[in-house]
Design a protein around this ligand. Structure first.
Ligand code: DGJ
Length: 734
């Protein structure tokens, strides 16, 4: 059993893979955090909790013990107002206006498997043997609220997931002002704080800095997980790097406003809190109602960031993503966005698709502009009816023509949005998020449909489903191109307006669940101006994401490297685009563009009809080569070797689970005159076997490649260079 309860010490010992997580009920029913880290067989309190009378740290009633204060106790479920001054996990406002709670342990149960979270995306198990779940019930005597803390412990993974269900057990309503998903207090503060930050076209850049006293936080108030900050933080021991050292990852399975913070108190405890952002949030709970906080996936690794990433990759690829495509190799696609933007007709689309088919590409994706009167981004979102001026014979005809070229057909949607210049908006001006009498701010000339409303959700589900049923469509790109403003709903009463943003997410998840499960043969890819909603919540519904609107190969090194910290390679959409690049105007060789894109879920996004014969040959070769390594790249283990955040070079490696085949990619951004000789070491190979390197013909031991390294040939010349080595195990006697 991976969850042990010792009644004599009131201790829970959670054993997840090679991890131990220990908590204890102390004093009058408070939940203390004791340990999280490498597995210990039996936790016997050598590092016991210490207590001391500290000035200005009060003592909660009925404890008469002046050494006991919630202000200094490392906790699992901290609240506000009863001697703890650090960030609480929950805050409630009662009918009498007060905001104090006093939660105490009530009971617990251990169940095999992992219950689903109602209405929310979450990791799952396929059999109950894969995980156990501890549910601890905490009761508040003041609000009559019950909090059910849920800890799922994965048997063979270094993963513990946490969430909380807040239930009003009283007979009066109250308001949740804060309802976070996880909180835990490390008993020291010798950590670095790592986050992923950025902007549109510059997503998920890694930042690492030492923790300091006070609070360091990342959050989104934009109504989406966002390009700007990411629903993820990690705490790293000072000596932790890619391959070694303790790393604690916290990843939030949610696509809306979030808060993730680490607070270092004066006694060097570090409190990590994560959940739906309390900013501009409140939730009214009537008697008997409950609020389910989304899931946080917590990963411990003593093999550095690389170990953490591989744990997330395997979990998210196989126990978060769902559906038919989860374990399938993903098709190589050609998308017409950067080729045509809005300016296309049937002939143009067919010509691009035909060129793609001749090069071995497997899926054609028709992007924005096929519906309503959409010739630019100023109109028609919401009018999901085919534009007969551009596609006179309709979608089904086009899709069939593409399929006759032996390619699948995919389609772009932006279902959550409405253009002011659209029939949908003219007919239903109340259907967007808005606040009475306030201006409706636009972003990309569009407003956001109010997905907190059932009627809006039902309408969109129907029109999108009708289109999907009307033609042989096997892929959908689900886009979302602005952030929320004037967050309010015409249907919610005054005291529920601050529920709108979260209700929107619940509505969106419901729509996605309905559409993705009604069309199981369709591969869905989420997108939000590129990677603005690349988050675990979306991955639950759609197994891949368009990583960034920036397709420049050099920019992509950082974006894909940062994204790989958490997300499996099978989810990371990466396309070769034209030069000069449309976002940064850089000219990089087709080889480097191909090598960067084939380090992800591969595709093209340029006008294939404009390629020279020589370029076509090169693309054909890239497509052929990717098909050979696709399964390795998408489903193998991923090792980061050289970081683009630390220098001019990037390298990474994909190795299959048997470790008998690997692909190494190396990228050098700028050439330097008279540069030093360079080499780097590989990782993740079998040290006891030898590998044949296809490109050089050499046979070299895995140990030598990992410990002595591999030289970068001096023949590599010029800026924007890349190398790929394909390694295959040589069996003894071969
Ligand atoms: C933003 C996406 O990220 C692009 O790839 C493209 O689909 C455009 N939207 C279309 O409007």
């Amino acid at each position: 059993m991976s969850i042990e309860f010792t009644a004599s010490t009131k201790t829970f010992h959670l054993k997840a893979g090679n991890t131990s997580y220990v908590l204890q009920i102390v004093n009058e029913g408070f939940l203390a955090h004791l340990y999280w880290g490498r597995k210990v067989s039996d936790y016997r309190f050598a590092n016991y909790l210490q207590f001391k009378d500290r000035g200005f740290s009060g003592n909660p009633y009925p404890s008469q013990d002046r050494t006991f204060s919630l202000d200094t106790l490392p906790q699992e479920f901290p609240v506000y107002g009863t001697t703890d001054y650090r960030a609480p996990i929950v805050q409630v406002q009662l009918e009498n206006g007060t905001t104090i709670t006093d939660f105490r342990y009530d009971s617990h149960q251990i169940i095999s498997g992992k219950p689903a979270l109602e209405g929310l995306p979450a990791t799952y198990v396929e059999s109950n043997e894969e995980a156990s779940t501890l549910e601890i019930v905490m009761n508040d005597s003041l609000s009559k609220m019950k909090a059910v803390l849920s800890y799922t412990v994965f048997e063979d993974r270094n993963v513990i997931t946490r969430s909380v269900r807040y239930i009003n057990e009283g007979n009066k309503p109250f308001r949740l002002l804060r309802a976070m998903s996880t909180s835990l207090d490390f008993r020291d503060a010798d950590f670095d704080f790592l986050q992923l930050t950025g902007a549109h076209e510059r997503e998920r850049h890694i930042e690492r800095q030492p923790l300091r006293s006070g609070t360091q936080s990342v959050e989104s108030r934009r109504g989406a997980s966002s390009h700007q900050f990411h629903p993820f933080i990690a705490l790293l021991r000072k000596n932790a790097d890619e391959q070694n050292g303790d790393v604690y990852g916290f990843s939030f399975v949610y696509s809306g406003n979030f808060l993730a913070q680490a607070e270092v108190d004066p006694f060097q405890n570090t409190r990590v809190t994560m959940g739906v952002n309390p900013f501009d949030f409140a939730w009214k709970l009537e008697a008997g109602e409950s609020f389910q906080a989304p899931e946080v996936v917590m990963v411990y690794s003593h093999e550095g960031l690389g170990g953490m990433s591989r744990t997330y990759h395997d979990l998210y690829r196989t126990r978060l993503a769902r559906g038919q495509f989860r374990d399938k190799e993903r098709p190589i696609l050609i998308n017409n966005w950067e080729a045509t933007y809005f300016d296309f007709n049937t002939e143009k689309i067919e010509a691009i698709a035909r060129a793609g088919s001749e090069l071995g590409i497997e899926l054609f994706v028709l992007d924005d502009g096929w519906f309503g009167k959409r010739d630019d981004d100023k109109s028609s979102l919401g009018d999901w009816f085919v534009n007969k001026l551009k596609l006179p014979n309709g979608l089904a005809d086009l899709a069939n023509r593409v399929r006759n070229m032996e390619m699948e057909f995919g389609l772009w949607f932006e279902p959550e949005m409405v253009s002011v210049n659209s029939d949908l908006y003219r007919q239903n001006p109340d259907w967007c998020l808005h606040v009475p009498n306030a201006t409706r701010s636009e972003g990309r000339n569009q407003l956001i449909l109010d997905f907190s409303r059932d009627d809006v959700c039902e309408y969109i589900t129907k029109v999108v489903s009708d289109i999907l049923a009307s033609a042989p469509i096997t892929y959908v790109k689900w886009d979302m191109n602005r952030h929320m403003t004037e967050i309010g709903s015409a249907l919610l009463p005054a005291d529920r307006q601050r529920e709108t943003a979260h209700r929107y997410m619940l509505g969106l998840y419901k729509v996605m669940e309905k559409i993705t499960t009604s069309f199981p043969h369709i591969l869905f890819e989420s997108c939000s101006g590129g990677g603005g909603r690349f988050d675990p919540g979306m991955l639950y519904y759609m197994p891949q994401t368009w990583t960034s609107d920036n397709t420049d190969a050099v920019s992509r090194l950082k974006i894909q490297y940062g994204t790989s910290l958490i997300y499996p390679i099978s989810s990371i959409g990466a396309h070769v685009s034209a030069v000069p690049n449309h976002q940064v105007n850089r000219i990089t060789p087709l080889k480097m563009r191909g090598d960067v894109a084939s380090s992800g879920n591969f595709g093209y996004e340029l006008d294939l009809t404009k390629l020279t014969e020589e370029e076509k040959e090169e693309v054909k070769q890239q497509v052929t080569d990717y098909k050979k390594i696709r399964s390795l790249v998408q489903f193998g283990d991923f090792y980061r070797l050289l970081s683009p955040f630390e220098g001019n070079e990037t390298a990474w490696l994909f190795v299959n689970k048997q470790k008998n085949e690997a692909v190494v990619s190396y990228f050098r951004v700028l050439n330097e005159p008279n540069a030093p000789f360079r080499s780097f070491t590989l990782a993740g190979l079998n040290p006891d076997t030898s590998y044949h390197i296809e490109e050089t013909g050499e046979v070299i031991g895995g140990d030598e490649l990992m410990y002595a390294g591999i030289a970068i040939p001096t023949s590599l010349s010029g800026d924007f260079q890349s190398l790929v080595w394909h390694l295959k195990e040589v069996k003894a006697g071969e």
